[in-house]
Structures are given as structure tokens and as C-alpha cells.
Write a protein that binds this ligand. Structure first.
Ligand code: BGC
Length: 689
């Protein structure tokens, strides 16, 4: 391993400064680039977006499903494999650091980036954050966990302050980052927003004290792109690398209007001359610069970059394609089913929707990927069906949105491919549905980085299309392709509802896997679906905030914790997901302090996958409001018809404890609830603490 101290002794100050400020990649593929020091055989460091696959400029890569779909698998092993596959693809593109995973908690259902994130629950998000990081780092690629912290909305993301108390930070928003650090993430990206008034790039308490001192993070902290607020504030807070370091604005950016959510891309170079000046005038110490450089070199050494190690990768391999399909299918959630699903092989299907000819790869923004191949719903169902598959668009396309369309100085967007140009007719869609055994309607939302959704309703005329098709065929299946919860006003009028999130390149193939029952739908909801007005963030003080302050005064009552505490009923609760078979649970038993065991039997006549979930209900504690119960862990199990198995559940310590100037586990009797969702409890067992 390279001797970092010896390298530091050799480096000139100008060379050190060049190692903490990004510049343009001469090859043009990297999202961020540090030039290296050829004189000392220090190679460049290339950073590339994530997190749904690799976004090397002008290059192709496997388009994995949305991170939220990965989360819906509730399966850390699968997430670990995805991390490793993305890292192998990064290496194939000669990239060294992946700007992934995104682990901000889903606080606001409207957030335009929820599809890049993991869950509304910190235990689930932490388990998957840990697994993704382990996977990425296992291939000697630097994982960059982002966006630290409380970047839970896109509206005013560059100016808003998240006004959040310490308990909510510790119990909800920080744990997925801590899990990533413990799993060995080499880098942490700061968020654009402020927390309690201080910009995250300048946040000495959270970056310096909590992340670095308390958690012992030894890697480098990188700014979000054009996300540095000040030179001295950032350097002294603990920020190590400015990205991208060079302006992407027009030469003369005077007068350019930067739309809400888009950082001022002409602001760059704060770690260039201004940092040198700050060291000269003593406001930043020379030791701090050495520390920044040592952290960067330390990570480069750790992944073998300083040894000239051969670092081959793997791109678009069969196992990566299979994995993308596997995650897409496993993350698909069957929300409702009256028995219409699974489809029989020879059913005649009318496939309806404005985008049935395209795979839904992801949402807009820095996570957009360009795959080598993709399967549309029409292609996927046609390949699988032994009956006829007719398609009808029904209504005009849904306008796609992308951060790249919002940039003030870039021409043209990267919207979805457009489909056939005939004018879609609702009547044709209804006629196709009437003539078929089953109608499958694909509906989508349109989300992007830099914008939040202004409504949870499906955009365009999709609700009308679903109602019209459902009236024509009582075996109508709705397939949602959304970046988070949506309103489903027609759900009682349709036979089945499936949530596919953004399924990525394998879209139609994975959809066929689930609709025809080649796989049991293994997905469960990582976010609560509820009527728009009932979420805790329905109050504008909380979201999007007033005068650039978003008050997180719902505290720890986010997601299902909010619905558990109040009168409002979710439409589909956290953890929910139907199966094509039926499972019975035996009595849960305590194996040790933090482990319970339960026997689960498949009593239906098909094989199936069950996601066995555990929630911890704390004892009453005087004067402290606690969530009614907290998700503590899950285990998925595949069972043949008639098979039963003992399932062991490890209960995460976070679900037991609460933060009050330090972590506390209140004494008393805790009830562990084991079941199929947060509300579908099948067996309970008590544990005394
Ligand atoms: C996003 C980051 C991304 C970076 C580089 C920013 O706009 O917030 O998630 O990694 O751009 O593309």
C-alpha cells in the first residue's frame, strides 16, 4: 500500500490544491474528475453518477431499476449484488468512484428524487444502504453515499433549511449514512440544503463532529455539484473535495436565471485560489489541506489506484442483465388482486397506455442511464403470451421532465423516446379492452431531480383512461410505474393493481415474469400509500416550507409512524404486498435478546416468496412520545406449496432505542410483532429489557 505521508511530503502546495478541486475530465466521460499528479505517479480519480447504473457521458451501461424498487425487495443480498454489478460497470468505464447510493429518507411523498432513495423507514434504509455500499466497495470502487443530510425535497433544494430536531436527525435521517460509513463507504457527498440554518457544506457539527469525529469516517467528503457555499466555512467544517470545481455556466453568466432546484453552475473554484489565500491568511490551516489530500489519497490507495493495479470491469454481461431483471421482478409489488392475476398463458391481452412501447428506465436528472438494450411492456408481454397481445395508447403521452431540460444554457432535453405518431384514441383503447380477456393498463408519473411533484395524482388523462378501460373489461389490471406513492381513486373498480416503480431496462420482461406468475411478486412497500392530504408534510410549513424554512416538526412521526399515531388510514400500508399463494404463521419465539424465530408455511397451491417482517412496539414511557411500533427487520423466504420453514429475524437495535441527548433503551416489556406488513400482524412475542 502506498505511503501517504511520504507522498504528502513530496507534493507541492499547488499539487495538493489540485487534488481537492475537481476539473474537467479530458476524456469527457466522468461526472467528476481529479487530475492526479503524473510527476509522482498519482493517477486521476474519476467519479461517475449513479445510483441506478453508470452514467458515464456518451456511454451505455446496464439500467438497473430505481433504488426504490431495490428497496421494495426488502432483500439486502440482492442490493449487495446490485452494488457489485454497478461497480464492475464503473470499472469497465474506467471510473473509480460511484456517486451512489442515495440514502435520504422518503419524508415527502412528492419528492422528485424518491425513486433514487430507499425508504421512509431508517432500519430498512440502513440495511439496504449498508448492502449497496458493501457491494460497491467489494469491487474496489469508492461508494459515495449522498446527500448528507436532510435533503428530502427538491423544491428550493439549494436554499431551503431543514429545521429538524436532534432526535429526528438521530433516529431517522442520519442512520442510513452511518450504516454506509460502517460498511466502508469511502466518500460522503454533502447536500445542497441547509440544516437548522447552516449550509451542509459548511456544517461543522454534522460533517466535522458527527460524521468524522463521532463516527470515525476516514474517507473524503465531497460537495454536491456546485454545492459549495464558502471556502473557509467548508474547509474548516470538514469538507475535503470541491466538485466539479470548474464552471459549467456560459462564459458570462451574469444575468442567467438559475431555476429553482438548479445550483448556480457558474460558482466554482472555491477550493482553488480562494483556498490558497485562506491558507496564506491563516483562516484555514496547512494541516487541514494535508488532511484533505491524505483522505483522497487514502481512498485511492485503498482501491488499488496508487499501485497501478489492473482493474478490469464487466459491462452488460449476462449476469448483469439477469440481475436487472431479477431486481425489477422482485421489487414489483402486488397491491391488490381479485384472482385475475396471474394471467393464464393463452389469455388474450389488451395492453393499454400512452407509453406501452417504451421501457420505463428511471426518473430525470443525474441518475439517467442509457442502456444497451431494453424491453418494453409490449415486447415483454408479446414474447411471453401464448394468446394475442394487442396494444393501444389511448391518450396522449405524459410529458416527461428532466433536470437536463431545466438547465438555462443547455439545448434540448433527454425526454423518453417518442412512440408511434398516430393520434391515440380512447375509443380504440376501450374497444381493445372489450375484445380481450384481460386489459392491462400501464400508468406512470413523471418525476425528476430538481422538481417535486405538485400532486400525487397520475398526470395527464391516465385516471380517465383507467376508468374507461375498467368499465369495458372487468378483468382490468393496472400497472403503476411511479417514483413513489400515487393516488389510486379507481382501485375498487379494477381487478388488480401492481406497482413496478421504475423498472429499468428489463421492464417488460420483468412485468411478464410477475403477471404470468413465473415469479411470485416478492415486492413489499418501502413507503406508505395514503391520500395526499393525510401525510404529515401536507402542511406547507413542513413542505415545501415558508420563507425557505421547512419545519420538520412532525419529529419522528414520518411515514407509517404518522399513520399509526393518527386517525387517517393508509390506502396501502408500509410493508404491504400480496402474493399468489397464502402463508400461515406459527407462534413467534424469542431465540435471543435481539432475535426471534417463526415458522411460516405456504398453504396455497403455488410456490411463493414471503417477506416476513418484524416490528417492535415499545413500552409506554412517561413524558416521551414514541412511535407505536418501529420496523426492526425482515427476512424473505421462498416456499413450495405445502412447505414450511423456520425463519430467523434479527431485530435492529435502532428499533428499540430512542435518542435523548444520547441513545436510551427504556426498561420494560417490548412486543415484537411479526407479520406481512405494519398492520397485518400474524404473531407477537414479548421481550423484557
Ligand atoms: C446531484 C448529485 C449528483 C451530481 C453529479 C447533483 O445535481 O444532486 O446526486 O451526483 O449532481 O451529477
Amino acid at each position: 500500500m502506498a505511503d501517504i505521508d511520504a507522498l504528502l511530503a513530496e507534493l507541492t502546495r499547488a499539487e495538493k490544491l489540485s487534488l481537492v478541486r475537481g476539473t474537467a475530465d479530458p476524456e469527457g466521460t466522468a461526472t467528476g474528475y481529479l487530475p492526479g499528479v503524473p510527476r509522482l505517479d498519482i493517477p486521476p480519480l474519476r467519479l461517475v453518477d449513479g445510483p441506478l447504473g453508470i452514467r458515464a457521458e456518451g456511454e451505455r451501461a446496464t439500467a438497473f431499476p430505481a433504488t426504490l424498487a431495490t428497496a421494495a425487495t426488502f432483500d439486502s443480498a440482492l442490493a449487495r449484488e446490485q452494488g457489485a454489478a454497478m461497480a464492475r460497470e464503473a470499472r469497465a468505464h474506467d471510473q473509480d468512484a460511484l456517486l451512489a447510493p442515495g440514502v435520504n429518507l422518503v419524508r415527502v411523498p412528492h419528492c422528485g428524487r424518491n425513486f433514487e432513495y430507499l425508504s421512509e423507514d431508517p432500519v430498512l434504509a440502513s440495511a439496504l444502504s449498508r448492502a449497496l455500499v458493501e457491494g460497491i466497495e467489494s469491487q474496489d470502487v469508492i461508494a459515495t453515499v449522498k446527500h448528507f443530510v436532510a435533503n428530502n425535497q427538491e423544491t428550493h433544494r439549494t436554499t431551503v433549511s431543514a429545521d429538524v430536531d436532534e432526535r429526528a436527525l438521530r433516529e431517522l435521517y442520519l442512520p442510513p449514512f452511518r450504516a454506509a460509513v460502517e460498511a466502508g463507504a469511502g466518500s460522503v457527498m454533502t447536500a445542497y440544503n441547509r440544516v437548522n440554518g447552516t449550509h451542509m457544506s459548511d456544517h461543522g457539527r454534522l460533517v466535522g463532529d458527527v460524521l468524522k469525529d463521532e463516527w470515525g469516517f476516514a474517507g473524503y467528503v465531497v460537495s454536491d455539484w456546485y454545492g459549495l457555499e464558502t471556502t473557509v466555512g467548508a474547509a474548516t467544517a470538514g469538507l475535503d473535495v470541491e466538485m466539479p470545481g470548474v464552471s459549467a455556466g456560459p462564459d458570462d453568466s451574469e444575468g442567467v436565471e438559475w431555476p429553482d432546484g438548479i445550483p448556480d453552475a457558474s460558482r466554482a473554484g472555491l477550493f482553488g485560489d480562494p483556498l490558497a489565500d485562506a491558507i496564506d491568511d491563516g483562516s484555514v490551516s496547512a494541516d487541514r489541506l494535508d488532511d484533505m489530500v491524505a483522505r483522497v489519497l487514502g481512498q485511492m490507495a485503498r482501491i488499488g489506484l496508487l499501485d497501478g493495479r489492473d482493474r478490469p470491469g464487466e459491462l452488460d454481461s449476462e449476469r448483469h442483465r439477469d440481475l436487472a431483471r431479477d431486481i425489477a421482478a422482485r421489487g414489483t409489488v402486488l397491491l391488490d388482486n381479485d384472482g385475475t392475476l396471474p394471467l393464464s398463458d393463452d389469455a388474450d391481452v389488451a395492453l393499454v397506455g400512452p407509453h406501452v412501447h417504451e421501457a420505463k428506465l428511471g426518473g430525470g436528472g443525474s441518475s439517467e442511464t442509457t442502456p444497451f438494450r431494453s424491453v418494453s411492456p409490449v415486447d415483454g408481454l408479446t414474447a411471453r403470451s401464448e394468446g394475442t397481445v394487442t396494444s393501444a395508447r389511448g391518450i396522449p403521452e405524459i410529458e416527461s421532465v428532466s433536470l437536463f431540460d431545466l438547465l438555462p444554457f443547455v439545448d434540448g432535453g433527454r425526454g423518453d423516446e417518442s412512440g408511434p405518431d398516430e393520434d391515440p384514441s380512447l375509443d380504440d383503447a376501450v374497444a381493445a379492452a372489450e375484445a380481450a380477456d384481460v386489459a392491462v393498463v400501464c400508468a406512470r408519473d413523471a418525476t425528476t431531480e430538481a422538481r417535486d411533484r405538485d400532486s400525487l395524482a397520475l398526470p395527464g388523462r391516465q385516471d380517465e383512461l383507467i376508468e374507461a378501460v375498467a368499465a369495458a373489461n372487468d378483468r382490468t389490471v393496472v400497472v403503476l410505474r411511479t417514483g413513489g406513492p400515487v393516488e389510486t381513486p379507481w382501485r375498487d373498480d379494477v381487478a388488480a393493481v401492481v406497482e413496478q416503480w421504475y423498472p429499468g431496462q428489463a421492464d417488460g420482461a420483468a412485468l411478464a415474469d410477475v403477471l404470468y406468475g413465473d415469479r411470485d411478486p416478492g415486492g413489499r412497500l418501502p413507503v406508505t400509500f395514503a391520500p395526499e392530504g393525510t401525510y404529515p408534510t401536507a402542511d406547507e410549513r413542513r413542505f415545501p416550507g415558508i420563507d425557505d424554512i421547512a419545519r420538520y416538526d412532525e419529529g419522528v412521526f414520518v411515514g407509517y409512524r404518522h399513520f399509526d399515531a393518527g386517525e387517517d388510514e393508509p390506502t396501502y400500508p408500509f410493508g404491504h404486498g400480496e402474493s399468489y399463494t397464502t402463508f400461515e404463521y406459527g407462534d413467534a419465539a424469542v431465540v435471543s435478546d435481539a432475535t426471534v424465530e417463526v415458522t411460516v408455511e405456504n398453504v396455497g397451491d403455488r410456490p411463493g416468496r414471503e417477506v416476513v417482517q418484524a416490528y417492535v412496539r415499545p413500552p409506554a414511557t412517561d413524558g416521551v412520545e414514541r412511535p407505536e411500533r418501529e420496523f426492526a427487520g425482515a427476512q424473505s423466504v421462498v416456499l413450495d406449496s405445502g412447505e414450511s420453514r423456520a425463519v430467523t429475524l434479527d431485530l435492529d437495535g435502532l428499533a428499540w432505542s430512542r435518542y435523548d441527548d444520547g441513545w436510551t433503551v427504556d426498561g420494560g416489556r417490548y412486543t415484537v410483532e411479526v407479520g406481512r406488513s405494519v398492520v397485518d400482524v400474524r404473531t407477537t412475542v414479548g421481550i423484557d429489557c
